[in-house]
Design a protein around this ligand. Structure first.
Ligand SMILES: [Fe+2]
Length: 220
């Protein structure tokens, strides 16, 4: 029986290490992707939120290296297809015709997908680490999990306090040109990149915007 238990622990430890390698790769992919998302954001607040999370993400990579050290394993990544897919969708969004607050709403939705993916993975790894007696690893990665939750909450708050509302008013601009115009131009003026004009085309493709922050906050 002792042998069986030891074998089970070994298996879960291996699964945990594999998941940590997956996260190590995911965080490093995000270190590369977040600057692009920040650059694409038209809202200053959104941009600085993403930049702040980039800094946290760099620390999260270091924390995972510490976890490898605690587990006496080499810090090695394993391609994380999940986060790669989320990042790919995010970069595709940047190529589309969304602009202003509508684009920002989409960026928030993409960023929250990434946060939720990570939260799920860290949650499992932390639980596994505790169950096999790796409390130090669990405590270390709990710090990261709290950062991911914090980033998710801040994104929801930003979407709900301003961006979704701005995005909703931008959508109505081309049809009457009146009451939505001032808000739209205010949102447009935040666009430091000057990447796109405020063309009316986004209104014809509302896409998946508008409910991003709200639905995410319901989840959290
Ligand atoms: Fe992260």
């Amino acid at each position: 029986m002792a042998t069986t238990q030891a074998a089970q622990q070994q298996t879960l430890r291996e699964l945990m290490i594999e998941e940590i390698r997956d996260l190590y790769d995911a965080e490093r992919q995000l270190v590369k992707a977040l600057p692009k998302m920040a650059k694409g954001a038209t809202s200053e607040k959104l941009r600085s939120l993403i930049e702040a999370h980039l800094e946290e993400t760099q620390g999260q990579v270091k924390r995972l290296e510490q976890a490898f050290e605690l587990l006496q394993e080499k810090p090695r990544g394993k391609h994380c297809a999940g986060i790669a897919g989320i990042i790919k969708e995010g970069s595709e969004l940047l190529e589309e015709d969304f602009d202003g607050a509508v684009l920002d709403a989409g960026i928030i939705a993409g960023a929250q997908r990434a946060e939720h993916y990570e939260m799920g993975a860290y949650g499992s790894v932390i639980a596994w680490a505790r169950s096999i007696g790796e409390g130090d690893v669990a405590s270390l990665l709990e710090e990261t999990l709290e950062e991911e939750k914090g980033a998710d909450r801040k994104l929801s708050a930003l979407a709900e306090s301003s961006i979704n509302q701005q995005a909703a008013s931008e959508k109505s601009m081309p049809s009457n040109g009146g009451n939505g115009a001032s808000r739209t131009s205010a949102a447009g003026s935040k666009n430091g990149s000057g990447k796109r004009s405020m063309a009316p085309t986004p209104s014809s493709k509302p896409g998946r915007n508008g409910s991003a922050g709200r639905s995410a906050s319901r989840r959290s």
